[in-house]
Write a protein that binds this ligand. Structure first.
Ligand code: ASP
Length: 426
């Protein structure tokens, strides 16, 4: 009997934790150092996934947009997709805000935790000086990157927003040129999309091995001091993030699945398991995209028409876990610095978290850049980000899974609203 893929990945994940803990960074087996082996396997798997991103995003968005056809259909689907993405990201941020205000991770014994966390006085003084806010120039960068001056460079540099924008336009105008040329192009991009899915199926077979390498490497690299950090000073912060993520993934999104899409959330978790575990191990929603598409199409039975439009967009634009994390992290650092958290400041944090989460790339640790934007916007020094680095990787694994899960819920809900039958049946 063949073991199902998600079980294989789960077993690999558990074995990786054990192997990583036992070997650390210097363990050997039969004289062979293990850490470089983990790094190699993990990098090979990540490369294989990343290799697909550019052609996959381009081909699926182009065929997706062209498949929707008329501009009214496109406007409707695009509108719904953006509405869903913005709503769930906002809900996620508000849940994060609630938990960070309830648990106050930045306050220890009634005092801002900057001493406990080893923040320097000068940095703190600098913080108060800069409280008066900053220009929004960093945010305009997000919008500027949506229209790239060079689409090839955008693809090469992983500027996915630019690539998406170009592909949306390409798909739209492909249906508006001479019929014969248009359909030739259409068949070409459809072929590219199909081939990418074929390669994905192959790469998926290696997912357990890749997951093993990635997770063993991460676990082996966690030193005792990081565990201390995790347990003592950063414990409440970690807890706030994890609880908030859990509420979003176990309450908010399932409720939407039940009441908006009328599907059984348990079935959806099961359908998405290989993608969720891969997201957890790779900490990259872009790299997980091929698997997300395969799970949504083959297991959840959402049409390619909907999924090839909603998912590539979601992998870049819709990051609930990231948005939530940005909010909790920025609030935590602000608390630790003793910054007065007026309603206006909190509102600023929410708004900037929402906007920057759109621009955050689906790669590991990408939130950190967005958090420095929030910090400077509310007048804290960007270096304060150092506070959370010790626990960032672990939290990245969780928030990336939440990002991917939310995209997949979007695909199901939007497919249902488009009248698709048979989703998550059988
Ligand atoms: N690693 C996240 C992702 O790929 C982005 C982030 O929050 O750092 O979805």
């Amino acid at each position: 009997m063949r073991i199902k893929l998600h079980w294989q990945i789960l077993i690999a994940l558990l074995l990786a934790v054990i192997a990583g803990r036992l070997s650390g960074t210097d363990g050997t087996l039969l004289g062979i150092p293990l850490y470089p082996v983990y790094v190699f396997i993990g990098a090979l798997f990540m490369n294989a996934l990343k290799m697909l991103i550019v052609p996959l995003i381009m081909s699926s968005i182009i065929t997706g947009v062209a498949g929707i056809g008329d501009s009214r259909g496109l406007g409707r689907l695009g509108g719904k997709t953006l509405l869903f993405y913005m709503t769930t990201s906002l809900l996620a941020i508000l849940i994060g805000l609630l938990f960070v205000n309830l648990l106050n991770p930045g306050i220890v014994n009634g005092e801002p935790a900057r001493q406990v966390l080893g923040l320097s006085q000068e940095a703190a003084a600098l913080a108060t000086e800069k409280v008066q806010g900053r220009s929004a120039s960093d945010l305009t960068d997000v919008f500027l990157s949506m229209v790239p001056p060079n689409v090839v460079a955008a693809a090469a540099d992983g500027q996915m927003l630019g690539l998406i924008f170009f592909s949306l336009l390409f798909g739209f105008f492909m249906t508006r040129i001479d019929k014969e040329t248009g359909s030739l192009l259409g068949r070409f991009w459809q072929g590219v999309a199909d081939v990418m899915m074929g390669i994905t199926t192959l790469i998926m077979k290696f997912a357990p091995l890749g997951v093993f390498g990635l997770v063993a490497k991460t676990v082996a690299g966690i030193g005792p001091e990081q565990l201390d950090d995790l347990a003592v000073s950063l414990g409440t912060f970690t807890l706030s993030v994890l609880l908030a993520l859990a509420v979003h993934v176990l309450v908010t999104l399932p409720l939407m699945l039940i009441f908006v899409a009328r599907v059984n959330p348990l079935r959806h978790y099961k359908a998405m398991m290989p993608a969720l575990l891969t997201a957890f191990s790779t900490a990259s929603s872009s790299a997980t995209l091929p698997l997300t598409m395969e799970c949504v199409q083959d297991n959840a039975k959402v049409s390619t028409r909907t999924s090839s439009f909603v998912l590539p967009l979601g992998a870049t634009v819709n990051m609930d876990g990231t948005a939530l994390y940005e909010c909790v992290a920025a609030m935590f650092i602000a608390q630790a610095y003793g910054l007065e958290l007026s309603l206006t400041t909190q509102f600023t944090v929410v708004l900037v978290a929402l906007l920057t989460s759109v621009g955050v790339a689906g790669i590991p640790a990408a939130s950190l850049v967005a958090i420095t934007i929030i910090l400077t916007t509310i007048g804290l020094p960007a270096e304060a980000i150092g506070l959370i680095l010790a626990v960032d990787r672990i939290l990245d694994m969780f928030r990336t899974s939440v990002n991917v899960f939310s995209d997949s819920c979007g695909a199901v809900i939007i497919a249902r609203s488009e009248g698709e039958q048979g989703i998550l049946k059988g």
